[in-house]
Ligand binder design. Structure first.
Ligand code: GLU
Length: 385
């Protein structure tokens, strides 16, 4: 009865494991959750107040399907302020979170058989969305440094390449792609005529003096090859509000807007008004959150590296510790490790396998410091026992 493509889809492992861990907690089990990538901070008050005001002022009706003009303008101003890129409202669409934006892109760009270069390890949803849209993910397995290079991309480009996923800082590894490589990849996109989907949702979460380069800021010519994806979810701790956005060539944005107008209409009007405040109001909550994550990152990476059999990657961005468990004798592979750790030690992490990183585990350290310390002790006790 079911459509063949849809019936082959498995639920998102990040969301499924988070849901299972939360359910265990509700049943009274003592579980430490490092699963979905979700800052533990509350949404800042000025943003919540803007949502309350929107309700009180009756801003509760349809907005244009592609998003409120004032939110599109706030997005343009944000790109100028943070990323040094010039966009106008015709270059922008607002959708139901970054995930929806990415799905719209796949649907708007791909014809059956079109190829999308997907470097791995990477967030597990990208290739599934490509498949749903009829495209073919072409995997590019990165060696252990996890840094994408233009030479590696060049080897995968064919006449059917429609776009490349460029996610820096990267989920799940936290790797930050060198700006010099981003420039070379952009040159390659111009030369070989493919688009780059630059997912910059972790742009502010950078450590060890790393700086973010938006590919679209390289030149006006390059900007025409880039779809710059972002969301308020991580930067403003607004995961549940579901507001994501993308800027790119007006014709592609128009096609995505047409699709969205037939499929979902506008994202929630109240959340859009809150997002205007997030992007235009005080920005100091981002710095506070990144400062807290810097400290937690050190605790997580140092703690994991001190456990026998575990080797943690030195992630320079995002809020994930990415660690190798191939020398841990208690588990056979990442799925087995994550399942046993949850059932036997009460710690929820995400296995690397669905990200294309077998032998590795993702631990989100966007959790309270005490929870990180408690979770690390449990991982140590379980692994070394
Ligand atoms: N992007 C986040 C993560 O990787 C949210 C969960 C999801 O949608 O996959 O955990």
């Amino acid at each position: 009865m079911l459509n063949k493509t849809i019936s082959a889809i498995k639920p998102s492992a990040t969301l499924a494991i988070s849901a299972k861990a939360k359910q265990m907690k509700r049943q009274g089990k003592d579980v430490v959750i490092f699963a979905a990538g979700e800052p533990d901070f509350d949404t800042p008050d000025n943003i919540k107040d803007a949502a309350v005001r929107a309700i009180e002022e009756g801003k509760t009706k349809y907005t244009p399907a592609s998003g409120l003009p004032e939110l599109k303008q706030a997005v343009c101003d944000k790109f100028k302020r943070d990323n040094d890129v010039d966009y106008i409202q015709e270059n922008v669409i607002i959708s139901n979170g970054g995930k929806h934006v990415l799905s719209n892109i796949a649907r708007a760009l791909l014809d059956p058989g079109d190829e999308v270069i997907v470097p791995q390890p990477i967030w597990l949803t990208y290739p599934v969305q490509v498949q749903i849209a009829g495209g073919r993910p072409i995997y590019l397995q990165l060696p252990d440094g996890f840094k994408l290079t233009a030479d590696a991309v060049a080897e995968k480009v064919t006449e059917k390449t429609k776009y490349l996923i460029l996610n820096t800082p990267c989920n799940p590894t936290g790797a930050v792609i060198d700006p010099s490589e981003i420039r070379k990849i952009a040159e390659l996109a111009l030369e070989k005529d493919f688009m780059i989907v630059a997912d910059e949702v972790y742009e502010h979460f950078l450590y060890d003096g790393k700086k973010h380069l938006s590919a679209a800021s390289i030149s006006e010519e390059v900007r025409e090859k880039i779809l710059t994806v972002n969301a308020v979810s991580k930067s403003y701790s607004m995961t549940g509000w579901r507001i994501g956005y993308v800027a790119g060539p007006a014709d592609i944005i128009k096609a995505m807007s047409n699709l969205q107008s037939q499929e979902t209409s506008n994202p929630c009007s109240i959340a859009q008004h809150a997002a205007v405040e997030a992007l235009t109001g005080p920005q100091d909550s981002i710095r506070k959150m990144v400062d807290a994550f810097r400290e937690r990152r050190k605790i997580a990476i140092d703690g994991l590296n001190s456990i026998s059999g575990i080797r943690c990657y030195n992630s320079e961005g995002a809020f994930y510790a990415w660690f190798n468990i191939q020398d841990v004798s208690k588990a056979k592979g990442s799925m087995d490790f994550a399942e046993k750790l949850l059932d036997q030690a009460g710690v929820a992490v995400i296995p690397g396998a669905p990200f294309g990183g077998e032998g590795w585990i993702r631990l989100s350290y966007a959790s309270a410091k005490e929870d990180i310390e408690k979770g690390l002790e449990r991982i140590r006790d379980w692994t070394e026992s």
